[in-house]
Design a protein. Structure first.
Length: 178
């Protein structure tokens, strides 16, 4: 399949009347463009050591969300996903997670490749007063630089310390690939 760039270059050679041979489109490999929501699928990593330890209150743990490139082209992800947690309690509402201070990298994803990112959580005991805990139900996950999101059901149970208004909350996310 010819790229627009090689088609323009070939047209310029023909118009100029030059007898030079044009390079095949595959030789002029274009830099991959970013992944769009439609190119991806997403989910929680649920196997073995990927599960957060929600029963250990007062100690941070990690959950992981993955993105897999389901398109037929290589694309890149760079930055932070947008993550909004929707709570199971009437008082929970929606919590937009803060970002860590880690610097994002550009991650190339070939067709079928997967990358993840971590969410650090601070679980609390079930006996914690309702106003101090957030009970996750669903996560709205938006890939970096996109506006369309995935809706993921929280599969791990438990509750976390409610710090949705904190400047430096103990629940936050890292960039994709880190």
């Amino acid at each position: 399949m010819k790229s627009k760039l090689s088609a323009v270059a070939l047209a310029a050679v023909v118009v100029a009347g030059t007898a030079a041979a044009a390079a095949p489109a595959s030789a002029a490999a274009a830099k991959p463009t970013r992944c769009h929501t439609a190119d991806l699928k997403a989910g929680f990593a649920t196997g073995g050591d990927a599960k957060p330890e929600m029963g250990r209150s007062g100690k941070q743990t990690q959950a992981y969300i993955w993105f897999t490139n389901r398109s037929k082209r290589t694309c890149t992800l760079s930055g932070f996903a947008g993550v909004d947690m929707i709570g199971a309690q009437k008082t929970d509402g929606t919590w937009s997670l803060a970002r860590s201070a880690k610097k994002p990298e550009t991650i190339p994803l070939g067709p079928g490749d997967t990358v993840d990112f971590s969410i650090t959580l601070l679980p609390v005991a079930a006996s914690t007063p309702q106003k101090e805990k957030f009970v996750p139900a669903r996560f709205l996950v938006t890939p970096p630089n996109e506006t369309a999101h995935f809706t993921l059901k929280w599969p791990f149970g438990g509750q976390i310390l409610k710090q949705d208004g904190a400047t430096h909350p103990a629940t936050y996310l890292d960039p994709v690939g880190l």
